[in-house]
Structures are given as structure tokens and as C-alpha cells.
Design a protein around this ligand. Structure first.
Ligand code: ADP
Length: 267
């Protein structure tokens, strides 16, 4: 009941001297847990009334004889309610990533199938903007992981690439697997990012241009979700970008994550 959580900091002096600082972080981690629970509860509590509101808005939009000014107001209300729904869904996703047991639900995931599915979804929403979205890499590449989480990470990267790349831009999902590990990289030839922003991009709600992000339907949580998914897979995210030329988001999975083709698929 009175267990204590401690943090060790070791300072090295010269050859043989060490200063070891032991810090009691029980209170800090209790507060951190309270914060996580609070965000998870608030997000869940907000979802139900929002669903009800959206339902009523739809009923009103379908009604006959609505004055034109109402129509405009209703469609604004719908789109704002839609934004709030995306925000709440992303907050719930993040909360789950922070609290769910890391070792649960591990399976062999086909990265090529996953990338193809994400690319197909992305093509559906970018028919007007005419982005070219393609998947490059080996015929097959498998890793141990949680498929839904990995799909949401790759989706977030690809949808960002679409949002921050002008029409007819090129978006590539590159997969590579070898003895040194596996990489999935998503690159675009879009706006690019000033290097000074790169270290902060995975923070919640950090945006280079908030107006731009909101207009494109962003919640400001996409890269935070990507970071957490990768952390849970012992993977790392590297961001390379040149303003005006484009960006590359590289997810690196260590060799221990590589998996063989599952038997059920080999028939
Ligand atoms: P958002 O919902 O705002 O896109 P993200 O967490 O997904 O939130 O991304 C954070 C910020 O990083 C974005 O607001 C944008 O400024 C920048 N960003 C992300 N992906 C790209 C990209 N492919 N090209 C240029 N900027 C990007």
C-alpha cells in the first residue's frame, strides 16, 4: 500500500567517483495518473452529448421549409460538431495508448498490406486534390505489433502529407526491411517544415500554423498519436524536412520487431 516509486540519477565524476541521487517520484506519478484518468473520463463523457447534438442537427437539416440563413448556420454547426468529434476521438485514442497494457494484442502484422490499405483510403479522400499516392518496397514485410495502432500511425502520417502538400503533389510510403531493422517512411513534396519546429512537432496541439491546421481538419494530435504508437512498439520517429521542398517521416522498428510470414498465409 505504501510502495514508493523512485528515480535514480547517476552523475559520473572522473574515473571512480559517482554521485547517485534517488528521488521519490510517487507523488508525481500519482498526479500523472490522475491527469490521464481525467482526460480519458472527460473525453468519454463528452462523446455521448455530442452524438445526440449531431443527431438533432441532422434531423433539422433534413426538415422542409428551412429558411436559407438557417441552412448556413446548420451546416456550420455540423462541421464544428464534426471537428469536435474528431478531437474527442483522437483524445480517446491517445488515452488508450497511454494506459493500455503494452504487451497485449501483439500479432504478426503485414506492413505491405497495411500500407496498401492506408494508401487506398487516402486516394479516396484525395480524388479532388489529385495527389499521387504510392507504396514502394518489398513484396512482403512483417513485424510484431498491434495492427490497429500501426494503421492509425501510418494513416496520420499520410493524411498529414496530403494536408500539407499542394494539389497534384507526390506522397510515397516506403517500406524497407533488413538485418538492421524495418523502416516505414512517409514522404511528400509539399510545404516542408522550418527545422526549428521539428523537435516540438510531436507535442500535443503543437502546430506550425494553427489556422492552416484547423482549416484542413487537423486536431493537432496526429503526430502525438504517431509518437505514442511508436513508443509502444520500441520504435523511433525521425523527421526530415526542407521548407518549400517537402518532408519525410521515418518510423524505425528495431530488428527484434521483425517477424516471419505467418503460417496461415502461406497456403
Ligand atoms: P495537425 O492536426 O495540426 O496536422 P499533427 O500533430 O498531425 O497535427 O501535426 C503537427 C503539425 O506538424 C501540423 O500542424 C503541421 O504544422 C506540421 N506537419 C505535420 N505533418 C506535416 C507535413 N507532412 N508537412 C508539413 N508540415 C507538417
Amino acid at each position: 500500500k505504501n510502495s514508493m516509486e523512485v528515480e535514480f540519477l547517476v552523475h559520473k565524476f572522473g574515473q571512480n567517483e559517482r554521485l547517485i541521487v534517488v528521488r521519490d517520484i510517487s507523488r508525481l506519478s500519482k498526479l500523472e495518473q490522475m491527469r490521464k484518468d481525467f482526460v480519458a473520463n472527460v473525453s468519454h463523457e463528452l462523446r455521448t452529448p455530442l452524438t445526440v447534438l449531431r443527431g438533432y442537427l441532422e434531423t433539422l437539416e433534413d426538415a422542409d421549409n428551412i429558411p436559407p440563413v438557417w441552412n448556413k448556420a446548420l451546416s456550420h454547426m455540423q462541421s464544428q460538431a464534426g471537428r469536435m468529434t474528431s478531437l474527442i476521438n483522437d483524445l480517446i485514442t491517445l488515452s488508450r495508448l497511454e494506459t493500455d497494457e503494452k504487451e497485449h494484442g501483439q500479432e504478426v502484422v503485414s506492413l505491405v498490406t497495411l500500407a496498401d490499405m492506408v494508401a487506398e483510403d487516402a486516394r479516396q479522400i484525395s480524388t479532388e486534390s489529385k495527389h499521387l499516392i504510392s507504396v514502394n518496397g518489398p513484396k512482403e514485410a512483417f513485424i510484431y505489433g498491434r495492427e490497429q495502432e500501426l494503421r492509425s500511425a501510418i494513416s496520420n502520417l499520410v493524411f498529414n502529407a496530403i494536408n500539407y502538400t499542394p494539389s497534384e503533389g507526390i506522397i510515397l510510403i516506403d517500406i524497407a526491411q533488413g538485418p538492421d531493422g524495418t523502416t516505414v517512411s512517409v514522404s511528400d513534396n509539399g510545404d516542408g517544415i522550418d527545422p526549428k519546429h521539428i523537435p516540438r512537432l510531436t507535442e500535443r496541439f503543437y502546430r506550425v500554423d494553427p489556422g492552416r491546421s484547423v482549416n484542413s481538419g487537423g486536431t493537432g494530435l496526429g503526430l502525438a498519436i504517431v509518437k505514442h504508437v511508436l513508443l509502444r512498439h520500441n520504435a523511433e520517429l525521425t523527421i526530415k524536412s526542407t521548407p518549400g521542398r517537402g518532408s519525410e517521416f521515418i518510423c524505425y522498428f528495431p530488428p527484434a520487431r521483425s517477424a516471419a510470414k505467418p503460417l496461415k498465409h502461406s497456403a
